[in-house]
Design a binder for this molecule. Structure first.
Ligand SMILES: [Zn+2]
Length: 433
């Protein structure tokens, strides 16, 4: 056990150090402007504002904030991944997971055993991760001026998230361990069984889960509402559910999204965007969202999730058994069937998901580009207006318009804002959808 702990500690330490200092890694290449960079800008491209006139004015101070926030978020991708694995590894190598399993077996029924065990693991994981989560999601978001939520309000949102995970997560965990003890190709059966669960979750989430955090109302500004309805009519969406959400409660960041399936399908617009965008800019953003809507991107997302799940679980089945055999003494369990293996399962899921983000994100970036085309076709706003909308997203959300190629390839679910700006500026609508 000691060797396992030492080995893990060294590995994690190396990972964190690598993530922060090695120039070959994307996090160290994050240079968006020459003047604010501590390292020579060998690999950096000149930013948009250096090569062209700025679309949306940004103060020097704001730009420095943008650079440091982008650097931080890039480093944090590695740090949070490493910390997530570290906390799960602690539960494993300290034998805590095995201890929780022994306690949970005091319950009689299998489902309650699983629920108690799962709850203990999740709560322990939550507590171990709490300092990092507090720092990232409370301290940093306040420091950069995105949030003015009180600590109590933030903590309550966070705990609600944990409770939802406990209630919903127990079903897949129970199903997983039932199948693993039952058949060899459990990964195939699990994925097939997960399909109705995932679909049900996407249907229910916007009407049951999201309202636990925010208020969703119809568009309050009647003029904006009628323009959005007209746009939806052009997109051939009858009876569209276009809602606004009081996202400003948590953060000043701007956004809009499409979610739900069947009767819960909806387009949601943040109040922060309504407050800061012109009608035409909102129209382009909503044209983009309507593109997701009519091209059924939510279904595509579900499909990609299922295919990826099948692959990830198959790969995990291939790799996890030798690891359990090798460390069974430290872990205090000797097969995947033992529910004490859950933290190890989560470690594998986390690593495989991280490793295959380029694949899933490439698919996402493709759909986002299709939605941009759709938005340009349908909104009828000049390319320059659409470009200003993107530029405002960069300035308000402090997101790097020009991230290093590798960072974009690995982590970005949307194409880099500079590319999207360039695209909309030169795009000539064809008039045919
Ligand atoms: Zn989109």
């Amino acid at each position: 056990m000691k060797r396992a702990v030492i080995g893990l500690t060294i590995l994690m330490g190396l990972w964190l150090i690598l993530g922060m200092i090695v120039p070959g890694l994307p996090v160290a290449q994050e240079v968006t402007s020459d003047e604010a960079s501590a390292t020579p800008a060998v690999t950096s491209e000149p930013t948009r504002s250096e090569t062209e006139a700025a679309l949306y004015p940004m103060s020097h101070e704001r730009k420095e904030l943008l650079i440091s926030y982008s650097q931080f978020t890039n480093q944090w991708r590695f740090i949070s991944f490493g910390l997530g694995i570290l906390t799960l590894a602690i539960l494993l190598v300290t034998g805590l997971s095995a201890k929780f399993r022994t306690w949970a077996y005091k319950a009689r029924r299998r489902f309650f055993v699983i629920f108690i065990f799962f709850a203990l693991i999740m709560i322990a994981d939550y507590l171990l991760n709490f300092p990092a989560s507090y720092y990232r999601n409370f301290v940093i978001e306040h420091e950069y001026g995105f949030s003015n939520q009180t600590f109590q309000a933030w903590l309550w949102d966070d705990i609600k998230g944990l409770l939802i995970t406990l209630v919903l997560g127990v079903f897949p965990v129970w199903f997983f361990y039932w199948l693993v003890g039952y058949m060899k190709r459990w990964w195939l059966a699990f994925t097939l069984g997960a399909i109705p669960f995932i679909i049900a979750l996407v249907v229910v989430a916007p009407v049951v889960i999201s309202p636990l955090f925010n208020d969703f109302t119809k568009i309050e500004d009647p003029q904006l509402e009628s323009r959005l309805l007209e746009l939806a009519g052009r997109a051939g969406i009858d009876d569209p559910a276009v809602l606004q959400v009081n996202a400003s409660e948590q953060s000043s960041k701007l956004n809009a999204y499409v979610t739900g399936l069947f009767g819960t399908k909806r387009i949601v617009l943040y109040d922060t965007m309504i407050d800061n965008f012109t009608y035409d800019e909102i129209l382009f953003v909503m044209g983009h969202e309507m593109g997701h809507y009519v091209m059924n991107h939510v279904w595509w997302g579900v499909g990609i999730t299922i295919v990826f799940m099948l692959f990830a679980l198959w790969l995990m089945d291939l790799l996890i058994h030798p690891v359990i055999r090798r460390f069974r003494r430290a872990f205090k369990f000797d097969s995947l069937e033992d529910i004490a293996s859950l933290p190890l399962v989560l470690i594998f899921v986390s690593i495989i998901t991280f490793a295959f983000q380029p694949v899933t994100n490439s698919a996402s970036r493709y759909m986002e580009h299709q939605a941009d085309i759709y938005g340009m076709e349908i909104a009828g706003v000049p390319g320059e207006t659409a470009a200003i909308a993107f530029d405002k997203l960069s300035v308000f959300n402090l997101s790097d318009p020009n991230p290093p190629e590798l960072v974009e390839f690995w982590f970005y679910s949307h194409p880099a804002l500079s590319k999207r700006m360039e695209f909309v500026r030169s795009y000539q609508p064809t008039g045919q959808l």
